[in-house]
Design a protein around this ligand. Sequence first.
Ligand code: FA5
Length: 340
Amino acid sequence: MLEQLRSLEEEALAALAAVNDPEALKEWRVRYLGRRGALTTLMRGLGKLPPEERPQVGQAANRVKRALEEAFAEREAAIKAAELEAQLAAEAVDVTLPGRPVALGRLHPTTQSLRRIYEIFSDMGFQIYDAREVEYDEYNFGLLNMPPHHPARDMWDTFWINDRVLLRTHTSPGQIHAMREFYPNPIRVILPGKCYRYEQVTARSEFMFYQVEGLVVGRNITMADLKGTMENFVRRMYGGERRMRLRGSYFPFTEPSVEVDVDCVLCGGKGCRVCKYTGWLEVAGAGMVHPIVLRNGGYDPDEFTGYAFGMGVERPAMLKYRIDDIRYFYSNDPRFLAQI
Ligand code: FA5
């Protein structure tokens, strides 16, 4: 039996030396050390030996077992190391290669302009009020002092959902929602959002664009408050050197009504093609909230007064960034979007 153990050890170690991959290693272990492996089978025969031979043979068997186990562990470690080496070589990273640039997204020019407007008005204590884009005819026109068949409705043609519901043509209907929600408290809000108009799309006009409405309602609010607020806005939005003027105008929902003009950012007021040689650019429509509109919002015009304004977002951004066609804004051309 001792002889058998010795030749088994020799054979197993020789076989192990030829093993080079994990699969063969596993097979080797089953074959020599497994429950039905050669060594175990041999050791089962121990019981049949005469008792006086057993200790010696037993010791020898245990030694062979340990030797095989140690050899196995060593071989296993060597195979793993070789595998790792091969993997490292195959997956080698060349750290000297130039990196691939990551295409960073950026904010849309409209979003950038909106955020600047929010910042300026927030600093003046205005809250941002979100109003709906799909409106009732009554809010877009009627409650803003334009009953059915009022000629001013022709200024704003739009897309109709049905004969009572439409896509709002301006942010002004939000004034009514804000007043009805905040009554009887004083109000100081801006209402930004999309507006829609059924009109010819040109370099200056889109069928969808953004406006930011402003509404202030309280006691003793005057035209001077409107002027001061607009002056502050214009200076911060367009630069401290800008001049501003209020020019008489007409809106059915304000009385008196004005246009807010800024001296042309391109020619500084001398007159050029962009300002049509007037030296001035229009940035917002505004005025004192009409008593009828105040009443429609729930406020008593004998006690409360207010002012409102409404400005475009894309047209002023066009001036600031010298964009010559409004259609670039929403045609999703990354070459345009990446420039601003
Ligand atoms: C109005 O919409 C009024 N609701 C403004 C207002 C509010 C007056 C509160 C008084 C009190 P207007 O139609 O002029 O006014 O539009 C205001 C701004 O929206 C314009 O100056 C322009 O910047 C922008 N705008 C109007 N139509 C278009 C269009 N088709 N494409 C891009 N911008 C437009």
